[in-house]
Ligand binder design. Structure first.
Ligand SMILES: Cc1cc2nc3c(=O)[nH]c(=O)nc-3n(C[C@H](O)[C@H](O)[C@H](O)COP(=O)(O)OP(=O)(O)OC[C@H]3O[C@@H](n4cnc5c(N)ncnc54)[C@H](O)[C@@H]3O)c2cc1C
Length: 493
């Protein structure tokens, strides 16, 4: 197999590693021959993540980004040595976990060394009094959750990608699980971390419930997307496995009614673990078989915890839905969601029909949430080639919500699929930003959103760039993400 024969989307300087054989043998010296590969078949496996447009490219025989050397280190000291060497030689290093990221974060757009984290898969400690678990960050999400469930706990962090993502990937992208309304996002769950900085120093943030010892410096690395350091170990909050789980669903006449009901529930400090509002199109798509939900907006809830509290939460949730015109639909819609919640075959098969498909999740405060939703739907429907734009709301806070827009379209003749993809992304994000929202709720920035960073952050983006420069003066750690705009470099945006 000749990798050079594939069309490369993010072209990089193929000579970035001056002497590849020398680098390979230096890496072998650090981590052992068995943990280094330059075999084309291995390289090919690391040319993309799960960004949906990359599936379209794969079907067209194109490669997103081409790394040079793949490594599987086993200790934090080995990662430190790799970074020291890469820093000296100015070679890009890209942390790669399970590749389920959907914004291009793990794509090696400048070439370089992939550090695959999969050998960092050990659970190190569980503490019942403190309610904490400490694990290496390459651990697969489902393996961690199963271990906790067997011992009578849950981390409460259950993303749809649970089977295909890792603890480190969650921390890097500030992920959110489906049960986030009760347990929080990953930034609410992480209590301590071990991190290797770009120049090889190993630092630790000890787990503590709360502290007042200067700024919350540790937070800088949650959402760092592998650009500021490699997180090698983390301590998480855990909870006793829920004693009781109640399934509730209501259909509402309008999207506004459903938002108002859920806002009022949160305002009463009732935190169902799961709340999901599906707009009328998504209700038809997912719950078309439920007669009471016809032409309506379906909302599913799961309350969980100790029995007596769950009963009270159920009562208040139901009363509030009924006060806001909700029609009770029973447990079946929630069971249907529960059974199908990890299934994404519909999504992943769209590229085979030459369609461009993706999801864009955004954050918004309550006040104008419904207006923003309508503005995004209207603006996106105007994009030439768009076939579908729908939404659900899946993350709830007393002060705001996380929306999830889903689009599909067929690029018009004059546009490449990437140009069409960018146009839809730009339309959604510009509308959200104009309405006062935030362009990302839990998938991160990666490549797809970096062009919007200065809009989102304003002047503080310059400060963030200065911090990156201070920690990583040679810009070796995951270059081309967050702070730069690779779409622009391709001359397309
Ligand atoms: C079908 C599907 C469903 C999804 N559902 C959800 C969901 O419900 N909620 C959600 O939040 N996301 C979801 N995602 C997105 C994705 O699973 C998350 O972004 C996840 O956090 C990525 O984890 P990963 O281990 O696969 O990381 P990767 O994709 O391998 O890497 C992601 C980023 O993290 C960096 N990175 C990886 N490990 C480390 C480390 N140890 N230290 C520093 N940086 C590191 C990489 O360099 C890259 O920038 C979904 C994706 C898919 C495909």
């Amino acid at each position: 197999m000749k990798l050079d024969e594939f069309e490369l989307i993010y072209k990089n300087d193929r000579n970035i590693i001056k002497n590849k054989a020398k680098s390979e043998s230096k890496l072998e010296e650090i981590i052992g021959k068995q943990n280094v590969s330059t075999e084309p078949i291995d390289i090919l496996a690391y040319t993309k993540d799960s960004t949906l447009i990359a599936f379209n490219w794969t079907l067209q025989g194109k490669i997103a980004g081409l790394p040079d050397i793949i490594t599987w280190p086993e200790t934090v000291e080995q990662i430190s040595e790799i970074l020291k060497y890469a820093n000296k030689e100015k070679i890009p290093v890209i942390p790669y976990a399970e590749g389920s990221g959907v914004v291009g974060g793990a794509i090696a757009i400048r070439g370089g060394i992939i550090i695959d984290m999969k050998k960092f898969n050990k659970i190190l400690d569980i503490n019942d009094n403190d309610l904490t678990v400490t694990a290496q960050t390459g651990i697969n999400g489902m393996n961690l959750e199963r271990f906790l469930n067997d011992k009578g706990y849950t981390s409460g962090h259950i993303p749809q990608s649970l089977y295909t993502s890792s603890l480190g990937g969650w921390i890097a992208h500030r992920a959110a699980g489906q049960f986030s309304t009760k347990y929080g996002k990953i930034e609410d769950i992480v209590m301590g971390m071990e991190i290797v900085l770009p120049q090889g120093d190993i630092i630790n943030f000890k787990p503590i419930a709360r502290a007042s010892t200067g700024p919350q410096f540790d937070k800088l690395f949650i959402g760092g997307e592998g650009t500021l350091g490699i997180v090698t170990k983390a301590t998480l909050k855990i909870w006793p496995y829920p004693e009781k789980r109640t399934l509730i669903s209501y259909a509402f006449p309008t999207f506004e009614d459903s938002l108002e009901a859920t806002r009022q529930i949160l305002r009463q400090q009732i935190f169902p673990a799961v709340i999901r509002i599906y707009d009328a199109d998504e209700t038809f798509r997912h719950f078309g078989h439920i007669e009471k939900a016809k032409d309506k907006v379906m909302v599913v809830f799961i309350c969980e915890g100790i029995g007596r509290l769950v009963d009270l939460e159920e009562q208040i949730t139901k009363e509030t839905c009924e006060k806001n015109n909700g029609i009770e639909c029973g447990e079946e819609p929630v069971e249907h969601w529960f059974e199908t919640r990890f299934k994404v075959t519909d999504t992943s098969s769209t590229p085979t029909f030459q369609m461009v498909f993706d999801t864009i999740e955004i954050g918004f405060l309550w006040d104008k949430a419904a207006d923003m939703y309508h503005s995004v739907i209207e603006a996106t429907k105007k994009v030439k080639g768009i076939v579908m734009i729908t939404a659900h709301v899946s993350h709830f806070y007393p002060n705001g919500v996380g929306f999830y827009f889903t689009f599909a379209g067929v690029p018009p003749k004059e546009l490449t699929d990437l140009e069409f993809y960018q146009e839809v992304w730009d339309t959604v994000i510009k509308t959200v930003e104009d309405c006062g929202g935030s362009f990302g709720h839990h998938h991160g920035v990666g490549i797809n959103r970096s062009k919007w960073m200065s809009v989102e952050w304003g002047k503080s983006f310059d400060t963030l760039k200065s911090i990156k420069k201070l920690l990583d003066p040679n810009n070796i750690l995951n270059p081309g993400k967050i702070y730069e705009n690779p779409w622009k470099e391709r001359g397309e945006n």
